[in-house]
Design a protein around this ligand. Structure first.
Ligand code: TRP
Length: 332
């Protein structure tokens, strides 16, 4: 049998995940978990590059894991673990730092962006974020990294660093490829549909969180920005708000955009928005119930994390040991 390819991804346990995180990455993972050997991390080491409330970070770590499982990521098939449980991430990051130039980190879009938004705390970790992410990916000899467009530059840098190291020594790292979802339902902010729906948006009414209850979801959909021409048609340029709601509806019902348009032909925005809200809420309800059930079973979740950390560490340490050997670290 042909060896399965390796897929790696992670989500930071910060803020509340939105329906964008579900429709984008997580749902995609579930589709891919049968075809790849998957590693899914909870990236708590990345999370502390911005200030976190410790108790919340701890709680969100479990919430993200429970969410992965509730959404259908299978702990029998996939390795799920917490980044800080595998010390090799920090260790490889240090080595890769010496193969990364300050100038290229200063030019990273997300670093520049976050530096503007968090001018009071431009710490070294924030700047080093892409190198830690490269370490995550390269430790597992990853073939593919399913990411959204905002992470494209980070995967590019991981490739550059891998190639640089491989060229300086002998091939050590697999050079990973970014994998973009084919059905790229891009979900935008409800109040500012030119922007991606974000878990850290200033106005929480623009985002639907995976933890929102039905009333909240419907209220947010009802307040979503549309336009004044009362036509339910997909046209992201001229009708960004309506198109975004159609994308959400289509993603949550599995219908095509054309079928979604047909569902609402001749109907008003009020009815449309209510239907979008209901579609989202109905789909999320069983996931939320399952997540809550899992969160009440800490023993089970910790068992998943223990076995995940063990399996991840085994794979990661193999790569780290090769790296140490090549760079001349004396090993016992
Ligand atoms: N930076 C990613 C994000 O915020 C999370 C992440 C950390 C990640 N390490 C990764 C994603 C490795 C893919 C691969 O979305």
């Amino acid at each position: 049998m042909e060896e399965r390819k390796i897929l790696y991804s992670a989500i930071q346990p910060t803020n509340n995940l939105t329906i964008g995180n579900y429709i984008g990455p997580i749902r995609n993972w579930i589709a891919l978990q049968n075809d790849y050997n998957c590693f899914f991390a909870v990236a708590n080491m990345h999370a502390i590059t911005l200030r976190q409330v410790p108790a919340e970070l701890r709680q969100k770590t479990l919430e993200v894991l429970a969410l992965y499982i509730a959404c259908g990521v299978d702990p029998e098939k996939c390795v799920m673990y917490v980044q800080s449980h595998v010390p090799a991430h920090a260790e490889l990051c240090w080595v890769l730092n010496t193969f990364t130039y300050v100038g290229e980190m200063e030019r990273m879009t997300q670093f520049k962006d976050k530096s503007l938004r968090h001018a009071e705390n431009i710490n070294m970790g924030l700047m080093d974020y892409p190198v830690l992410m490269a370490a995550d990916i390269l430790l597992y000899q990853t073939d593919v990294v399913p990411v959204g467009l905002d992470q494209r530059q980070h995967v590019e840098i991981a490739r550059d660093i891998a190639q640089r190291f491989n060229n300086a020594f002998t091939p050590t790292f697999k050079v990973p490829e970014a994998l973009y979802a084919k059905v790229g339902a891009k979900i935008n902010d409800l109040l500012d549909p030119a922007k991606k729906m974000s878990k850290s948006a200033e106005n929480p009414n623009g985002s639907i969180f995976l933890s929102d209850d039905k009333d909240t979801i419907i209220r947010k959909c009802k307040r979503a920005v549309t336009d004044s021409d009362a036509e339910i048609k997909f046209d992201p340029e001229k009708k960004a708000g309506v198109s975004n709601l159609l994308s959400i509806y289509s993603a949550f019902t599995g219908k095509t955009i054309a079928a979604a348009e047909a569902d609402f032909a001749g109907k008003g925005y009020g009815e449309f928005k209510l239907a979008v809200g209901e579609a989202v809420a109905d789909k999320l309800a069983p996931i939320q119930t399952e997540q809550a059930r899992l969160l009440a079973d800490k023993t089970y979740l910790e068992g998943v994390l223990r076995s995940g950390a063990e399996r991840a560490a085994r794979a990661a340490n193999k790569t780290l040991s090769k790296v140490y050997k090549k760079i001349g670290f004396y090993q016992l």
